[in-house]
Design a protein around this ligand. Sequence first.
Ligand SMILES: *Cc1c(COP(=O)(O)O)cnc(C)c1O
Length: 395
Amino acid sequence: MTAPRLAIDGGSPVRDALLPYGRQTVTDRDIAAVTDALRSDFLTTGPRVAKFEEALAEVAGTRHAVAVSSGTAALHTMLAAAGVGPGDEVIVPVITFAATANAALYLGAKPVFADLDPDTLLIDPGSVERCLTPRTRAIVAVDYAGQPADYEALAAVAGEVPVYADACHALGGSSNGEPVGALTEMSSFSFHPVKHVAAGEGGAITTDDDDLAEAMRSFRNHGITTDHARRAAAGTWTYDMEVLGFNYRLSDIHCALATSQLERLSANVTRRQEIAARYDAGFSELSGVTPLVTREGVFNAHHIYVVLLESSQFKSGRAEFFSALRAENIGVNVHYIPVPWHPYYRELGYERGAWPTGEDAYERMMTLPIWPGMTDEDADDVIEAVRKVTSAYRR
Ligand SMILES: *Cc1c(COP(=O)(O)O)cnc(C)c1O
């Protein structure tokens, strides 16, 4: 039997149409919730914001959730509330979405990049320890791909330095039964359509701390200490702007959609886990393709499904795999380019080569499609396409 010809070489693709790597699901109930918001008295700063914050805090198991306009705004607001400022250093993982590190730059602080654990691609506590200096003001771990970072190990090396979560990948996950959102003093989330809850754009920070929550509510509203509802209740027009905040408010329209989406979170995470289990089984016998490891005690929310290619086994590199799989109509992706490699960061003086594990993983990583609306047949197409391409490219 001859091997099937790759689509990139003129063979027929495994699928007729592209399977995207991620996609939101929007139901009639979601649409009705948004329509209700549009007909209501408040398009922004109304009751749907408070309702969403309550529902999110419940999922995260925290006293507070503060809704903001994006995950990026959440990271900025979180680090501002932590007191990060000029001259401070903030440790972040070398592979993440740029926003994790950019949030430190917004506040005049310096991002310091830590290397990763080779099996999970989570921030490596040993590397974090080596990055600590007297100027370290905060550590922001990323719950990469959907599993919480090792916050116990991080706390053990961090000493007095607070550890926060960029939990944008991990809503609905948990560690030893404790929900993501409650694993650190503050945790940031995104409601971009590829994330677990789609609001269009949106973000939030969860915390148990009353003062931090208050500070973040002010920061998202120009640094003003009272909102319009409190002024109306007190019968006054006066307000004080006490810090330089931003307009990072999330509208009632967005919150209506996010609240409706949140009701399906648990079912959607279960579906993501089923697809991940199907991939794990499909790749278990496939030499040279290694899925990320989920840590002991972790309930993985599987925002993305990442495999590492074993370069020594293949005559082609990741770029060829990527193009070949795209030609088979599998929407593969790469998460993420090491942040210090970006031109803006190079300009700031960061140089390649300081993070052997993360930079090596970057050259070998590939994100496969995973989203709750995918069928088992879709997942099987992905497995078939990966098998097809690996057998063509095997040494
Ligand atoms: C999505 C994401 C962000 C930014 O969220 P936005 O809502 O797009 O601003 C930050 N960090 C990580 C790890 C993300 O995945």
